[in-house]
Design a binder for this molecule. Sequence first.
Ligand SMILES: [Zn+2]
Length: 186
Amino acid sequence: MRVIERKRRPVERRRPPADAQPHPWGAGGAGEPPVFIDRGLAHQLSDEAAGAAARTEEALSLLVGDRFLDPATGSPYPVAMARATGPLVAGAARVRFDTGGFEAVARALDDVPFDYLVVGWFHSHVGLGCRPSAIDLATHRRFFRAPHQFALILDPVQRQAAAYTLAGAALAPRPLLVFGPPGNRP
Ligand SMILES: [Zn+2]
């Protein structure tokens, strides 16, 4: 598994996508940073969450993409472009990668056709809403501490979406925006 983040390549200054709109399942949150998701990926994740919910299971993926500096605010913001997942052990209220699943995730990351960063993680809740659990907070604090990393939670039953970043020791909801052409479905 290549850990591109360790290269610490310079952060590019780039204006946030001009056509970004709130996620159709709700934008939620305020403050910095806003979180941007490619529209095709957003559809893919919603479908994945709905498919898992039909089996009374949660879905789980790593989100990869990039982070940029907003020239207007000087603040970094993440952009998710693709996902990487592997075999899961999933139930109605918890999910984790299967034993050996991280190897599959690493292979999936190698298939991502660009120089990526892990910008966060996605998982779904089955009808419970999008509030992060204590386990979600612990997972985030353990693996996703970088300022550009966020947690995306979808509830396909209630059709709710929320993104969070670390604020001190807690997860704070952030604006969740989708960008790209409307017909951009995989
Ligand atoms: Zn959760």
